[in-house]
Design a protein around this ligand. Sequence first.
Ligand SMILES: [Zn+2]
Ligand SMILES: [Zn+2]
Length: 142
Amino acid sequence: MSKTGSCLCGAVKYTVSSEITEAGACHCGMCRKWSGGIYIGIQVAPDDITFEGDDNITKFPSSAWAERGFCSTCGSSLFYRVTAPGPHEGTYHIGMGALDDTSGVTMTQEIFTDLKPKGYSFDGDLQGMTEAEVMAMFAENG
Ligand SMILES: [Zn+2]
Ligand SMILES: [Zn+2]
C-alpha cells in the first residue's frame, strides 16, 4: 500500500508507491544537527517516490556522497539521498516523521550507536551498529 508524506507547511508532498515496513535511526552528528533531534530514515528506491511541489525543496550537499532535502519554507527534514555513483546512487532515506501515517512501519535498527548522546535511548530490541561497524560495512560493499 502506498504512503504519503509532507513537510510541516504542506508546500512539499510525496507519495511512496512501494510498501515500507522498516525504519532505522541514525545517531551521527550530521543527522542530529540536521533533524534537530534523531533522524529516523526509511529506505526508498528512486523510482518509488514522486514529489509534488518539489521546487520548494532545498538540497544541501552534506557530504561527498549524499545530499539532504528540506522544505525551503518550513525547514522540515524530508530526505537523505545518496549521490555517490554506484549501486545505491539516488536511494532516498525519507524521514519517518514526515509520513502522514506511520502505521505498519517499525524501527528495527539504529546506527552510529557510539555517537548517541547519553541523555536518551530507544526501547525495544534494535539491531545496533557503531560508527566503525557502519564504515566497515560500506567498505565491504565497495
Ligand atoms: Zn514546508
Ligand atoms: Zn546520520
